[in-house]
Design a protein around this ligand. Structure first.
Ligand SMILES: C[S@@+](CC[C@H](N)C(=O)[O-])C[C@H]1O[C@@H](n2cnc3c(N)ncnc32)[C@H](O)[C@@H]1O
Length: 313
């Protein structure tokens, strides 16, 4: 007996999707490599060039560059003339792949795929035994996150995000106490501390690596109104000490977001303001089916979330 309900066209279409997944997954890794090696940036400034010329311009090994170009050509990223053996990156593609293209530089976000993949063993173990991989177990997490927020949050901070708070910019200019929870490498804080010298800024995070990057940037900029402290967002230990508390991309990945919000509430003065910038998605999976980066977001949240301050709910 054949199963009449088995839709062969549906199975075939899904098979095509899976083959596409192998190619797109491979391209995500190659895109990350193209970003980290500076190959996209180099190619954007070059006329059609041989693999040797591209490797020389980027200061890289030609044999590796040639194979990477094979992936980029077959993946539709670059174009090629078999007669001249020259490759080029179309301007329309460079506009989405180079550092100059920020905030539209998707290649910077592609770094998350190999970064998340590098902790796969620990995540498989967590599926079986619970727990998780700590932020510190992700090589380069703070570096990639800083690059991410450096091309998303930071450019919009002064022009779009802070003006959302009624009278907030004026209060910052006059001088208030500000706390950024889960500040990571502190890029947003460094921008705010420079822009509002009368205000006093504190960055709090569990990551020493992130805090150290923030301290070093503040020292280079000569900022004396900014300090960084190790702190657990679920129990900040402050009581009515801040006029403004911010979280940038720092609540969605909490194991116990309710505890974080309560802790922030205790740290705020009675007329204080809490400003949260976070992922625009739903807690109900069915509402995310058409989300443009749904699988990407669920992959990040499966692998990368606070796994120490409470059980994941
Ligand atoms: C997605 S990153 C955002 C970092 C930064 N706000 C930015 O926009 O670049 C989340 C940050 O929250 C920090 N974090 C996670 N759980 C925390 C906790 N329980 N207490 C304090 N920080 C925490 C991580 O170390 C990480 O730096």
């Amino acid at each position: 007996m054949t199963d009449q309900s088995f839709d062969h066209a549906k199975a075939e279409a899904f098979g095509d999707q899976l083959i596409g997944m192998l190619n797109q997954g491979s391209l995500a890794l190659m895109t990350s490599i193209g970003h980290r090696t500076g190959l996209f940036d180099s190619m954007a400034g070059l006329a059609p060039s041989t693999s040797q010329q591209i490797a020389d311009a980027a200061g890289l090994n030609e044999r590796y560059v040639r194979e990477w170009l094979g992936a980029m050509l077959t993946g539709g990223f670059v174009e090629y003339s078999a007669d001249s053996k020259m490759y080029w990156l179309p301007a329309e593609h460079a506009a989405l792949l180079t550092r100059d293209a920020a905030p539209d530089n998707i290649a910077a976000f592609a770094q998350y795929i190999p970064l998340l993949g590098s902790v796969e063993d620990g995540i498989v173990d967590a599926f079986k035994n619970g727990g998780g991989v700590p932020y510190s177990g992700f090589p380069r997490f703070q570096e990639v996150m800083a690059e991410d927020s450096g091309q998303t949050v930071v450019p919009a901070l002064l022009s779009d995000i802070l003006p959302l708070g009624d009278g907030l910019v004026e209060r910052l200019q006059a001088g208030i106490d500000v706390l950024d929870v889960g500040c990571g490498s502190g890029r947003a804080l460094n921008i705010m501390a420079a822009e509002f010298p009368n205000s006093r800024f504190t960055g709090s995070d569990i990551s020493e690596e992130g805090l150290e990057a923030g301290r070093s940037a503040a020292a280079s900029a000569g900022l004396s109104n900014l300090k960084f402290e190790v702190g657990d967002a679920t129990d900040l230990g402050y009581s009515e000490q801040f006029d403004l508390i911010t979280t940038f991309d720092a609540v969605h990945d909490q194991a116990a977001p309710d505890k974080v919000l309560a802790s922030i509430g205790r740290a705020l003065r009675s007329d204080g303001l809490y400003l949260m910038q976070d992922i625009k998605a739903s807690s109900e999976v069915q509402n995310n089916v058409d989300h443009p980066v749904g699988p990407f977001l669920y992959t990040i949240s499966t692998t990368l979330h606070d796994c120490f301050t409470g059980s994941w709910r």
